[in-house]
Structure formats: structure tokens, C-alpha cells
Ligand binder design. Structure first.
Ligand code: EPZ
Length: 423
């Protein structure tokens, strides 16, 4: 198994170009099933999850050309489409559920074996299914009790659907299903993430009629058919946030290129509270942590536009070296503090109680053998390794490879002392 070896590093300096968004490209790839015409997606990040989604679409009958060296994927779902997603692929990536709406549109059927819970929570899909039932989809209850979504429908009909929680995946699945349903669908308490807006932009370019993406109410007027599309994926706001935190916690100065600062308002505000200097230039966003000590601050994760849960562990890395105590409250996932134990191996002395963590700060961290407990936590322990004395050895780094393209190369270009070793 591969590992990262991370040594205490000089302040990060230089520039980094952010890759396309993993959480935008995955639903957009699923949306290619909604048309028989060619869909060309650019600025696709070369990530393991993208490869898995390509294999999933191929297994369903689409033809997929993946050229990740050029960060592009071409998908043409013109042939017969199968309605059963192979479990060996679904268990590798829970985002496989994103094909559910498109499969029902194309074939009137969908069988997807749900993976179990994961490090950060049980990841239910009842909101996805609530929306589809409202649109006339029949879900086999006995199969569902066995962890299998077995759905069928003759014709999807528009409906008004309220999401009890603004679930990103449920919003994406329902919006995709509604694009070709009969009539109008109103989705209330919808997720507002930028990745939802990017998906809606792609679907509208394909001929869909979607209004309100990015707000809590999305209206979708069903149309007869959708056509092919060519689209550049938005930059990955979480990768950008991760490098911004790295710049601040190492006391460096980094130019972040290919970024939409508007997608990171909460993270920018919080980094400024920690004393960072952040400003936009023609080339990108400059993030400076060399203006003084890192102040402590408190974080509460919320659905967008609140502070993103995916930035919780990278930001906690920063707070371990901030001056004074900080409080982090995780409200989105029920078990997203697995990284606390890893920070504590390095001397962070963090205490947790339920969804609340107290980070004392003012710590001189020591390198240790740590584990990446999810893809964002893996990046977070790399960041603490950059400021810890000695060597930090990070294992289970396949998690990191799922969400960060060329992570080691990008960090090394900023002066980080990190290398990947095969065991
Ligand atoms: C997406 O996951 C992202 N993944 C996650 O990023 C991200 O953390 C999450 O949204 C929240 O922003 C992709 O886009 C591929 P949710 P998703 O449905 O859609 C509960 C990463 O690091 N919920 O918004 O699965 C659920 O249990 C990954 O890139 C229900 O209760 O997230 C969770 O507590 C990790 N019932 C909360 O909502 C449901 O039916 C957020 O889940 C659905 C969700």
C-alpha cells in the first residue's frame, strides 16, 4: 500500500492551479445518460472516483472515452442502456447513486445495491427515494430492506417535493429525473451548493428548463428530449480551500489559480478571522499567512452557503496550531471526527463530545504514524505533517487519491517536503 512521508516544511510559497470539481463532474457524468447524443466534459480532474464513474457508465452500456491526461471525458449513451449498476463498482463509490434518476428516465427501471455506511456516516438515500416516489416511481420495499434500491416507473410525472434536509445527492437525482418528466417539478429546501448550479447549467445547455438552481427552491419544467453538450467543469472549491489552509498554517503566501472565490465566502471569512490576508488579483486569489500568528476561531459546518463540512477536517488542522482554543461543531454528518484521533497522535490534545470538538491550539505538533480516515481528513493530516516536528507517515492514502489530483506534486511545487512511497 502506498503512503505519504511528510516532513516539517518551509512556509508554502508559489502558485497552484486548482483542478475541476469532483463533486460537480460526477453528477454531470451521470447526466450524460439522459441523452443519446455525445457529451464532452472538460477540466475533469484525474481522480479515482472519475475513473470509477467512467467504468460504471460503460457497464451500463454507454461508450466512454476517458483522456484524463487532457482532463477530458466524452460519453455517448446512444445504445441500449442496462438498468442494473454492478455492486463491485457501486461499493467503490457511493456517488454511484447519482445515476438513479437518469436510469429511470432511460429504461423505466433501476437496480442499485447500496453500499453500507462509511467513515463519516450511514449515508441514507431516503430523501432521493421520497422525491422519486412523489414522481410516480415504485420502490420495492422488500429489496430496500436488503439494501437494494429496486425502482420502476412507466412515466415520471412532475410533483412538488420538500426535502427534509437539503441533501446534495437527493437534489441532483431529483433534478435529473425531473428534466424529462411529464409536467413541472418544484423542489423545496433544495441543496444550494455550486455543484448543483453547475449541473443545472449543463442540463439547461442540453435543453432542460431549470430555474432557481443555487436557491432553496428549484423549478424544473419537463421537456421531450435532451441533446448533447460540451462543458467545462467548475473549479474544486474544497481543493482550493485545502491549499488556502495550507498557506495560512505554514505562514506562507500562495497564489491560487482557477478558483471561484464566490464559492468560498465562508472559508475566506474564517481564514481572515484567523489573521490571513486574502485578496483577488487578475491571476487568482492570493492567500497570505505570513502577516502574523494564526488566531483561533470557531467553526460550525452547515449546508451551503454555510461553512462546508468537507472543509471541517482541513480547517481543524489549522486550528491545532492556532493561538488559543477553538470550537468546531459538525452538523452535516453524524460521524465526521474520525480525524481527531489522528491529530491527537501528533499532540493536538483535542477533546470531542458528540458533534462538538474543542481544539486547545498553541500546540507544537510531533510527527507520527497516522491514517487517512476519509478523503478530506487525509489531506488534513498531510497539512499538520507540514508543520509538525519530525516525520509524519500517512497510510490509507487511496482516500486522498479519490479527491485530490496530483496532490503531492502540487504541494512539492509550493516547497512542501512530502513524498509518496510504495510499501
Ligand atoms: C455530497 O455528498 C458530497 N459528495 C460530499 O462530499 C459532501 O460532504 C456532501 O454532499 C455534503 O456537502 C458528492 O457530491 C459526490 P448529502 P451527499 O446527501 O450527496 C443526510 C467529499 O468529501 N442525508 O448532502 O452524499 C446524510 O446522512 C464528499 O467530496 C439524509 O439524512 O451528501 C448527511 O448527514 C464527502 N437522508 C447529510 O444529509 C438522505 O436521504 C448530507 O448528505 C440523504 C442525505
Amino acid at each position: 500500500m502506498a503512503k505519504f512521508l511528510v516532513q516539517k516544511s518551509a512556509p508554502l510559497r508559489g502558485e497552484v492551479k486548482i483542478s475541476g470539481s469532483k463533486n460537480a463532474v460526477l453528477p454531470i457524468m451521470a447526466a450524460a445518460l439522459l441523452t443519446e447524443e455525445k457529451c464532452e466534459i472538460k477540466d475533469v480532474p484525474a481522480l479515482r472516483d472519475v475513473e470509477v464513474m467512467c467504468r460504471l457508465l460503460e457497464s451500463l452500456g454507454a461508450s466512454v472515452e476517458m483522456d484524463l491526461a487532457q482532463n477530458r471525458v466524452q460519453i455517448e449513451a446512444s445504445g441500449k442502456i442496462s438498468w442494473e449498476a454492478p455492486f463491485d463498482l457501486v461499493k467503490m463509490m457511493r456517488a454511484s447513486i447519482l445515476v438513479l434518476g437518469a436510469l429511470l428516465i432511460r429504461t423505466g427501471r433501476a437496480i442499485i445495491h447500496l453500499p453500507g455506511g462509511c467513515a463519516i456516516g450511514k449515508r441514507p438515500v431516503e430523501l432521493h427515494l421520497k422525491g422519486l416516489r412523489a414522481m410516480g416511481v415504485d420502490i420495492d420495499e422488500a429489496q430496500l430492506n436488503r439494501g437494494i434500491v429496486d425502482a420502476k416507473v412507466d412515466k415520471l410525472c412532475g410533483s412538488t417535493i420538500y426535502l427534509d434536509f437539503p441533501s446534495v445527492g437527493a437534489t441532483e437525482v431529483i433534478v435529473m429525473a425531473a428534466t424529462l418528466a411529464d409536467g413541472v417539478t418544484i423542489l423545496e429546501n433544495a441543496a444550494q451548493e455550486p455543484e448543483i448550479v453547475d449541473l443545472a447549467n449543463v442540463l439547461n445547455k442540453m435543453g432542460a428548463r431549470i430555474k432557481g438552481a443555487g436557491t432553496d427552491t428549484i423549478k424544473i419544467e419537463g421537456v421531450e428530449r435532451l441533446k448533447g453538450v460540451s462543458h467545462h467543469v467548475i473549479p474544486d472549491r474544497i481543493e482550493a480551500g485545502t491549499f488556502m489552509v495550507g498557506a495560512v498554517m505554514t505562514g506562507g503566501s500562495v497564489l491560487i489559480k482557477n478558483i471561484v472565490a464566490d464559492h468560498l465566502k465562508a472559508v475566506i471569512a474564517k481564514l481572515r478571522e484567523c489573521g490571513a490576508e486574502i485578496y483577488m488579483t487578475d491571476e487568482g486569489l492570493v492567500v497570505r499567512g505570513d502577516r502574523g500568528p494564526v488566531n483561533s476561531t470557531d467553526i460550525k459546518t452547515l449546508p451551503y452557503p454555510g461553512f462546508p463540512t468537507d472543509m471541517q477536517s482541513p480547517f481543524m488542522a489549522l486550528l491545532t496550531v492556532a493561538k488559543g482554543p477553538s470550537v468546531v461543531i459538525e452538523t452535516v454528518f453524524e460521524n465526521r471526527f474520525m480525524h481527531v484521533g489522528e491529530f491527537n497522535r501528533m499532540g493536538a490534545n483535542i477533546k470531542t463530545n458528540g458533534n462538538c470538538a474543542i481544539i486547545p491550539g498553541d500546540k507544537a505538533l510531533q510527527g507520527a504514524q497516522v491514517v487517512a480516515t476519509d478523503l478530506r481528513a487525509g489531506a488534513a493530516v498531510v497539512l499538520t505533517g507540514l508543520v509538525a516536528d519530525g516525520t509524519t507517515e500517512v497510510s490509507q492514502i487511496y482516500h486522498v487519491d479519490r479527491g485530490y489530483e496530483n496532490f503531492v506534486e502540487k504541494l512539492r511545487a509550493l516547497g512542501a517536503n512530502i513524498m509518496r512511497v510504495e510499501e
